[in-house]
Design a protein around this ligand. Structure first.
Ligand SMILES: CC(C)(COP(=O)(O)OP(=O)(O)OC[C@H]1O[C@@H](n2cnc3c(N)ncnc32)[C@H](O)[C@@H]1OP(=O)(O)O)[C@@H](O)C(=O)NCCC(=O)NCCS
Length: 228
């Protein structure tokens, strides 16, 4: 896993944009706010940098295609990846072994956490959140949310997969997939990890492999200079 600070990339936007594909540049051009555009460009440049490093390739040489439910995949490389971005930070997960998903969120108050959990999450997750002291609830909600998004992103279905089809553990215990129904997935075949990729951020990674090893690295400050 790689954690990436997107803020310092503002003054390196041209270098970042230069390694993107025409499709990525066209997507970037559609952002109305310059800050959103800069963060999109930086996150995709950082994704290319990390993937190229892992593959011994060049950032601009990588080609992507969308999987059946829109999950981006590398063309012609046996490396699974997933990207998440929130605020000034991005997460990139890589696996040579199995499907991987990750999710990152900037920590924030969630005044309607219980209502969202009851209408969207599995019943045991909603009950667990409702039983927590209010002071612990926002962080626990975001931990559950990122764990669940990491799983649907690993599977590739995104939010088209109902979030009540499976349950994850609540903090402070280790992140675990407890139950999943309606398909061929088995909880024992999954590794779920809680991530704290930087101050004010919470995240999770899901890998469709039992006991998958997982390490969190950070791209160094000034990383756009490494793009070449
Ligand atoms: C994929 C999805 C879960 C993203 O969630 P998010 O928290 O908004 O965004 P994140 O930053 O965590 O992830 C975005 C990245 O996930 C990746 N991604 C896109 N589709 C994906 C999918 N189906 N599975 C896994 N990853 C996906 C992309 O790299 C994307 O980055 P990009 O937009 O810069 O190219 C969500 O947008 C989704 O489910 N999309 C599919 C469409 C859909 O089902 N819509 C129904 C809405 S109710």
């Amino acid at each position: 896993m790689w954690s990436i600070d997107l803020a310092p990339a503002d003054d390196a936007q041209a270098a970042c944009a230069a390694v993107l594909s025409p499709e990525e540049r066209a997507r970037a051009a559609r952002f109305l706010r310059s800050g959103d555009r800069a963060r999109f460009i930086a996150s995709h440049a950082a994704l290319r940098l990390v993937l190229a490093y892992a593959l011994g390739s060049e950032p601009r040489a990588l080609a992507f295609a969308a999987g059946p439910a829109g999950k981006p995949e590398l063309v012609g490389a046996g490396l699974a990846f997933n990207l998440s971005h929130s605020g000034d930070r991005a997460l990139v997960g890589l696996s040579t072994q199995a499907r991987i998903g990750c999710d990152l969120e900037a920590l924030r108050p969630v005044p309607d956490a219980i209502r969202i959990a009851r209408s969207t999450f599995a019943a045991d997750e909603a009950a667990g959140l409702a039983a927590l002291p209010p002071a612990a609830r926002d962080r626990a909600f975001m931990a559950v949310w990122t764990r669940k998004e990491a799983i649907v992103k690993a599977i590739g279905a995104g939010l088209s997969m109902p979030l009540d089809r499976f349950s994850v553990s609540l903090p402070p215990g280790p992140a675990t997939l407890l139950r999943i129904s309606g398909g061929r997935e088995e909880p024992a075949d999954w590794t779920l990890a809680h991530l704290e990729p930087g101050p004010g951020y919470i995240g999770a990674a899901a890998i469709a492999q039992a006991h998958a090893p997982l390490r969190l690295h950070a791209l160094p400050p000034g990383w756009p200079r490494l793009i070449g």
